[in-house]
Design a protein around this ligand. Structure first.
Ligand SMILES: NC(=O)c1ccc[n+]([C@@H]2O[C@H](COP(=O)([O-])OP(=O)(O)OC[C@H]3O[C@@H](n4cnc5c(N)ncnc54)[C@H](O)[C@@H]3O)[C@@H](O)[C@H]2O)c1
Length: 345
């Protein structure tokens, strides 16, 4: 007996990330890899070899005009996301878009408003939100173990592929911003960034992003495609405990430090007395499920059962809004950009 498939998906873009999505779509009950769209004939031949039941087509319009297609999954370059997502929603399809959703906050607002108008679902693949490590960090924040978060600090550097359409922050920082937005749940007050383009283009290949939230909570993200070493460290500092998420560790990805400090004397005239606490380090056992599989299941539940996804509208908008502010700051030599002048918060 053939399994009932609830949703027919057309995957658009079969470059680097598309095949990973295809493999996971194929593994999920309730999702059917109905079509693969790419303008490269070579990639279509490769796709067809792997997924002989799927239709392989080189024109997005064919998928848009096909009534059997329920949803589009967009894994094309960032500058195509907005026009493709808009077309897909207007054609009555649900849309799952790769990170980042689009190139500006206004476009993000427009797309989510359009999705509501046409009664279709729009979700962004912020893959990290579906990793067991980030789930664990969220649990530690929510159950109060970390205490009040005072800082987030991330290093995401390696000898990376220079992108032709977006700078290193648009490429790498969506991960850090989406995790931060998920853990903290609010927009920042101010964004500041520095970056440099070393490849005879105006696309920055190295950048430092600083974000200030309310109540002295700050975040710093170091993103680079030109580092000799690969580092994926995401640190969350709380006033009770601190967490290090090292994504390059095979199994011990999360370390919880029972480390903290207490300021004993707050009298500004007197010398500050700080009492440090350096306690145990705990390495929790966490499962290792595949994030893309979890993300696609969340999308299916969103479409089929109207369940709010972990990768929410608010997070998708935060990511694009902060990236746009960061880009503006970079182009103005690190001048701070205030969120209240920029996004609807
Ligand atoms: N979630 C993650 O962790 C993650 C990781 C890598 C990439 N991504 C995202 O995935 C997206 C794609 O990145 P990539 O690295 O796979 O890029 P890529 O350049 O390797 O692949 C893009 C594919 O889109 C196809 N394409 C471009 N324009 C098209 C059009 N008009 N019609 C049909 N096909 C078209 C290209 O032929 C190419 O095969 C980006 O948004 C990127 O940010 C996400």
């Amino acid at each position: 007996m053939t399994q009932h498939k609830e949703l027919n998906l057309a995957l658009v873009g079969y470059g680097y990330w598309g095949p990973k999505l295809a493999r996971n779509i194929n593994a999920i009950d309730g999702l059917n890899l109905y079509a693969i769209v790419d303008r490269s004939e070579d990639l279509l031949i490769k796709a067809k070899k792997q997924y002989s039941d799927a239709i392989a087509i080189n024109d997005l319009e064919l998928a848009l005009n096909d009534d059997s297609v329920d949803a589009l999954v967009l894994a094309t370059p960032v500058d195509t996301h907005y026009p493709f997502a808009k077309k897909a929603l207007l054609a009555g399809k649900h849309v799952l878009v790769e990170k980042p959703l689009c190139s500006s906050y206004q476009e993000a607002v427009e797309l989510f408003d359009l999705a509501r108008q046409v009664g279709k679902k729009l979700m962004v693949d912020h893959t990290y939100l579906y990793t067991d490590s980030v789930r664990k960090m969220k649990e530690l924040v929510e159950n109060g173990e970390v205490g009040n978060i005072t800082y987030v600090d991330s290093t995401r550097i390696n000898l990376g592929l220079f992108q032709h359409d977006v700078n290193v922050l648009w490429d790498l920082a969506p991960h850090d911003i989406s995790i931060t937005s998920y853990l903290i749940g609010k927009m920042p007050v101010m964004v500041q960034a520095f970056g440099a383009a070393h490849a005879k283009s105006n696309i920055e290949n190295i950048a430092y992003l600083n974000i200030k939230f309310e109540n002295e909570l700050i975040a710093h993200f170091n993103c680079s495609w030109v580092s000799p070493v690969k580092i994926r460290h995401f640190m969350v500092g709380g006033d009770k405990k601190m967490i290090l998420f090292n994504d390059l560790e095979a199994t011990e990805k999360i370390r919880i430090y029972d480390t903290g400090y207490e300021v004993m004397n707050k009298d500004e005239q007197a010398r500050l007395q700080v009492d440090y606490r350096v306690g145990d380090v705990h390495i929790p056992k966490i499962p290792s499920s595949e994030a893309l599989f979890n993300m696609l299941e969340d999308f299916r539940e969103f479409v089929v059962n109207d369940r709010e996804p972990i990768s929410s509208e608010a997070i998708a908008k935060d990511v694009v809004g902060i990236l746009e502010m960061a880009e503006k700051s970079i182009k103005n030599n690190g001048e701070p950009v205030f969120a209240k002048n920029f996004v609807n918060i």
